[in-house]
Design a protein around this ligand. Sequence first.
Ligand SMILES: NC(=O)c1ccc[n+]([C@@H]2O[C@H](COP(=O)([O-])OP(=O)(O)OC[C@H]3O[C@@H](n4cnc5c(N)ncnc54)[C@H](OP(=O)(O)O)[C@@H]3O)[C@@H](O)[C@H]2O)c1
Length: 274
Amino acid sequence: MKSFTLNNGLELPAIGFGTYKTSAEIIFRAIAAGYKYFDTASFYGTESCIAQAIEQSGEPREKFLIASKLWKTQMGYENVKLAFEETLENLKTHYLDVYMIHWPRPDLDNLDWKALDLETWRAMEEIYFAGKVRALGFSNFLPYHAENIIKNSRVMPAVAQLEFHPGHTQTFALNYFREKKILLQAWSPIARGRVVEDVLVKELAEKYRVSPSKICLRFCLQEGVMPLPKASNFERMRENLNCFDFELEPEDLSRLENMPPVGWGGEHPDRVRI
Ligand SMILES: NC(=O)c1ccc[n+]([C@@H]2O[C@H](COP(=O)([O-])OP(=O)(O)OC[C@H]3O[C@@H](n4cnc5c(N)ncnc54)[C@H](OP(=O)(O)O)[C@@H]3O)[C@@H](O)[C@H]2O)c1
């Protein structure tokens, strides 16, 4: 399995590159390492870095898939239209591959987030129907946030992004998105390094003779989840893309699924950040 097919038929590479806290130079390196899918957000400030790196690569934009996200302050019908145009300008492109709502609510005081999400989604649907984005999705939406959109909209979300790695699998959400045929993408798939010292992850890394990072990424793939690792160094970039040379045995997969919680980044859409 080297790709995932979304519920609307769009094919995505099995592994994407996360661009949070990167630069045009790092993204250019990632292109050289073989990445085709780039995850960004208006909040990251890396949209223009992707444009710069693609330009530098000499490859046409169509060779790549780009996902971006609408920030909390950009929600609402009119704001979405403006934010989307800004994102296209930053990326120097006339279309996006995936467009997502970054968080389901702008802040914890916003009690009317359901109406705001629907208004936001309606504007995104119009962009989708105009052919300017190939798939819609959301990030940090849990099943009860997702239901609001699914039950009240015309376009079925195709992608959901959540923190996901060994030790933080959000199993109820994973099962929900599987059942709805919405592709789950893993952000922080190697927990920014917080799980590499875990005793089980280390044991399996030794058993399969791979790095702990590769155990994490392979875990995502075998769960049907698309990982979006970020790395700065070329060798690590290559290593992370090359997760198809081994397979976790069912028992090891089950051990990873059932290990004690570890490595959570502290963010939850309905809680103050820890
Ligand atoms: N939707 C959201 O709210 C949200 C939130 C967070 C992240 N994201 C997305 O998910 C992407 C990835 O998440 P992340 O950046 O938080 O964390 P991550 O990919 O889990 O971890 C990145 C860290 O792991 C290190 N690393 C990468 N490959 C390695 C390897 N093979 N061996 C050892 N260390 C390795 C990197 O080091 P070096 O960089 O030094 O190489 C970096 O410090 C982001 O870039 C972003 O696109 C989305």
